[in-house]
Design a protein around this ligand. Structure first.
Ligand SMILES: [Fe+2]
Length: 122
């Protein structure tokens, strides 16, 4: 079950309770001229989060996606980021980078899979 709550003016919490894990997963949407989605949730939550965002604004209008650290619950839905050919990456662990970020993201995905040992990440 996912609930969307406006917790401050134009700031929304998208909250999904996963009973099988007894865990609440939250994302935050800031409605602005350049809307921000803070955390995407796991890959399996992509459609749920997208539908929740659509209750507030056109998901295609989300300008910024941010996350506090690289884990599946924060950014698991971003596996299509490399396809967008970003020109700049600013990451928590490592240097900020300008250039072929698509290649860097794919390489990072390979490293994460090697380290974590799961094929459903990235
Ligand atoms: Fe996390």
């Amino acid at each position: 079950m996912t609930i969307v709550t406006e917790i401050a003016q134009d700031v929304y919490r998208i909250s999904t309770y996963m009973s099988e894990r007894n865990l609440q997963i939250n994302q935050f949407l800031v409605r602005d001229d350049e809307p921000l989605l803070w955390h995407t949730g796991h890959k399996f939550l992509f459609q749920t989060v997208r539908d929740a965002v659509a209750k507030i604004l056109d998901p295609a209008g989300v300008r910024w996606i941010g996350f506090s650290h690289f884990e599946a619950d924060e950014c698991g839905s971003l596996n299509g980021l490399a396809a967008l050919n970003p020109k700049t990456l600013a990451v928590m662990h490592g240097s900020s980078f300008s250039g072929d970020c698509s290649r860097s993201l794919r390489e990072l995905g390979t490293v994460i899979k090697d380290v974590v040992g799961r094929s459903d990440i990235g």
